[in-house]
Design a binder for this molecule. Sequence first.
Ligand SMILES: [Zn+2]
Length: 729
Amino acid sequence: MPMKLYRKAGLARIGILVCGALGFVCASVSVNAQLPAQIRGFIASQLATETELEQNFEKVPDATVAEADLRHLTSEPHVAGTEASHRVAEWLRDQFRSYGFDADIVTYSAYLPLPRVTQLEMISPEKVALANPEPALDGDKQSNDAHLLPAANDYSASGDVTAPIVYANYGTPDDYRTLDSSGISVKGKLVLARYGRNYRGVKAKLAEEHGAAGLILYSDPEDDGFTNGTIFPDGPWRPLEGIQRGSILYTQIRPGDPLAPVDPAGKRFTPAEAPSLPHIPSIPISARDAQTILSHLGHDRVPLGWQGGLEISYHVGPGNAKFHLKVSMDYAQRPVYDVIAKLRGTNDDQWVLIGNHHDAWVYGGADPGSGTSAVLEMARGLGELAHSGWTPRRTIVICEWDAEEPGLIGSTDWVEANRTEVQAKAVAYINTDVGVTGPNFSGSAVPSLKQFLRDVTKEVPDPQTGKSVYEAWADREGAENDSLPVSLNGVAQARRPAVSPLGAGSDFSPFLDYAGIPSIDVSFTGDYGVYHSRYDDFYWMQHFGDPDFSYEAALARVLGVIALRFDEADVLPFDYSTYASEIARANDTITSRAASLPGASAILKPLADAVAAFSEAATRADDALASLSSDATNGPAINRDLVNVEQALLAPQGLSQRPWYKHTVFAPGSKTGYAAEILPGVTEALQHRDLAELQRESDSLSAALRRAAACLDDATALARAASGLDQGH
Ligand SMILES: [Zn+2]
């Protein structure tokens, strides 16, 4: 692979000598260069300072400290809405203060349930108790000590239902079509569905729409249990008794407090009016209890692909067996404790935000403790830089959110309450959540930050291989190899490791989808089968997730280098050509889908022009920024324009079907919930085959793209003026 050439030659990359000073064309970073390498967004005179700052920072994160922090964070169950969550928030606030941050707890009140009763039993042909709690397991001393809440689906309706059960595979729209075509209705019945493929709130909404009287969710061993490998406590995968808790709030419609008004000036919903609240009871159970149910279902054998990993033959049902489900949830206004910690910069009008949540379903070993430990080590590192005399250029804001698990409540409350200030000041939001479950780097980002993120990972050593995180990541994906051509400026231009689009499922969603703040999400992943169970604890992390806690330290370094580059950049490191090409590609898909709907192509014609206008503006901006070789005198104004591009892509009225979601390019899929949907408005209008909706969404997206193009053109004009290139234009 091309990097080897440079190592053999022992030279700095040629790229730094031929690129524009700001590195927007080639953001290459050498591994062992004597000269400071090119860093996207930094003028030549600042490279040495930035490089030194990053190196000093990278010395601080320490596996032993991360281990001790994680041990503390996982010492008791700390579900949102309980006093234990408050204790964690207070401890985090005090940690940040001890590192030199101004830290406080911001408290909100939200409509939050706690489970009272979750009961499921077979009542005929024989009486069998199902919904058995997760037992403490031999070997794992840590999870043995607690009074646990019953495993529940947060925001389930309370209810009492006696009915037969129908097995619906993953409970996706396709699965319901399959049931329909076999003449099996779920109306008035209980649906048993396995986790996976989509968000559990989507499963609940689909079950409700199909007339089910209740929903039972379980984790099939094929998806995260013994089919994949050794089970806990001997291995990382889910034991048969393990239960995945989790919220079924319809966050695909809107996250946050379900009773909060969609329009901040409006009045609170009643529970009956709230668009994101489910109306049927739902509980999660273990695979062992699901097996009892599945062995009592009648009717035909399941269709191809529906058989899971349990050693029985799966049937669809219903049969003669009857089941009784009882769920009682205790709904109340409960406090939510966000921790906000600031390290004030010279320029307090620009904020770099980094966050994770601190509430957990039980102990929260990987989710979210592993992310929080890394955030703490990052904060300690930044604090040490400040202690030794460094003042951040921009203000660094670290956020530890409460009530993420019930539905991104702490982050959504905070973003909604501070929207004007966040939109005026935030330059980026960087999230981590299930921060470490293994050694494999994984990143998601808006398209404009994908290459930035790859560049950052070149600067951080991978603990296992001794290579950079980037090289280990590229090796794993087979993305770079010796046969790839090397381009003129020394950067392999062919395949690079993939950075995914941002869907939903964590706290970046209110920042990106509601406030238009460019966002990134990072983690190190591995075999992880104890998600949302009592076994996701310190013992699991110590034995499987990160035994020497070295990836905790590596994640802290990745987060810190991201923060420092955003904080110190002369010109913020956005790459809008990539954004434009991703939009163009998505628009090609839309165009070909439109061919099957008479009248659609004509409606979409102006959209194609707007996509082209955005692409051209992005190319002009990249060119102008690449030739910005003097000190960037227009830097602050250019930066404002570059940040505003993302906000320009918001439609004030939101998407037709779910107005809280304002971003015209990205939203969580309405039928997947976690995975990203690209150009969601027009995509959904085509799915609905609704020309009026298509017209509305196409107009809204076209207007957004033209606003975004205008922001880029402003940045271009400022960059040209600063480089003296504007004569004759
Ligand atoms: Zn989480």
